[in-house]
Design a protein around this ligand. Structure first.
Ligand code: ADP
Length: 310
């Protein structure tokens, strides 16, 4: 049976290579990475994924759309905005192989998604079984846009759709931690499923240690809560179950690049959950997908490298 998931956020252009030398242009962004892994892991079960964002009317924006479609992503929810372009980030690799990121995203088109009386996502929301967004989606939207998104979360939840919030917290995207905290608290209340990275929750809530962050996250009101803890087992409280369970992670011989660990976890998890599997089994699958992704370079690994997981 077909299930349709709308994922909202920002996918940026990615520059990688030698500054002032040869560089390659790719693309990526947390929610987009999730969209790709969800589509890959869920295609066989009939899961369709549409990405909601805004792009410009330039040729790079057109190039992104073409590549997203090649990844099997439905682009029907994308808005094109005049005089705006996609955001950009550059990956710097230092002598020891440590990666760092620089961003040019302040005037990116994605921020303008809700600058329309009705967006494609709002107009089409009734046709979707699930909505997925992250703390970065909240961060890039202006306040009015965030309010529209909260209203949409409430309406979709009311209709019985799954509303999934992944807490990616990036302090530098927020002017002020209190504002971020207020926005995250709203999103956690409106979500049916909270995906919580313990580290990010600790930073957001200003808690003294990871145990305090886990204890706080366990008190979230969302019906289903998953707490990710890197290599340690994922903590899972399924909707309709009061007990906490542990979903084991995979042993990774050599961690090559942790980019998109949480994003790919979410894709693998949701693919199984929407296909009707239990929360713990789905989280185990999410952990399998994440383990594969961090054993390879880049946010979006080749489909061939995970052919056995889809
Ligand atoms: P995020 O990427 O959101 O910051 P985590 O660091 O908790 O979140 O990692 C997300 C998932 O990636 C984990 O639930 C786990 O499946 C996997 N993962 C991360 N680090 C490791 C590791 N060292 N060994 C095995 N799995 C890992």
């Amino acid at each position: 049976m077909t299930k349709r998931v709308a994922v909202i956020g920002e996918c940026m252009l990615e520059l990688q290579g030698e500054p002032f030398g040869a560089m390659t242009l790719g693309y990526g962004g947390d929610t987009f990475n999730t969209a790709v892994y969800l589509r890959r892991c869920g295609a066989a079960a009939g899961i369709e994924v549409a990405y909601a964002t805004a792009l410009g009317e330039d040729s790079l924006s057109a190039g992104l759309l073409e590549r997203w479609r090649d990844q099997g992503i439905d682009t029907g929810l994308v808005r094109r905005v005049v005089d705006r372009m996609p955001g950009l980030y550059m990956i710097d690799v230092d002598a020891s192989g440590e990666r760092s990121f620089r961003y040019w995203r302040d005037s990116a088109a994605a921020r303008c998604y809700f600058d329309a009386r009705v967006t494609p996502l709002e107009a089409e929301a009734h046709g979707f079984d699930a909505l997925y967004l992250s703390g970065i989606t909240l961060a890039i939207l202006p306040e009015a846009g965030r309010e529209r998104l909260f209203a949409l979360m409430a309406a979709m939840r009311e209709r019985g759709a799954l509303v999934v919030f992944d807490n990616n917290y990036r302090p530098r995207l927020w002017a002020d931690r209190a504002v971020a905290r207020g926005a995250f608290e709203r999103a956690f209340e409106l979500a049916t499923t909270a995906l919580v990275t313990a580290d990010d929750h600790q930073a957001l809530m200003g808690l003294p240690d990871i145990d305090a962050a886990i204890a706080q996250a366990k008190g979230l009101s969302a019906p289903e809560v998953l707490i990710k803890r890197g290599a340690a087992p994922t903590l899972v409280r399924a909707a309709g179950d009061k007990a906490w369970h542990e979903a084991p992670t995979q042993r990774v011989e050599r961690v090559v690049d942790t980019t998109a660990a949480g994003d790919s976890f979410a894709g693998g998890y949701l693919a199984r959950r929407l296909a009707g599997e239990g929360a713990v089994e789905s989280a185990i699958h999410g952990n399998r997908v994440a383990a594969r992704v961090i054993g390879h370079r880049g946010a979006i690994i080749s489909a061939e490298a995970m052919g056995d997981l889809v």
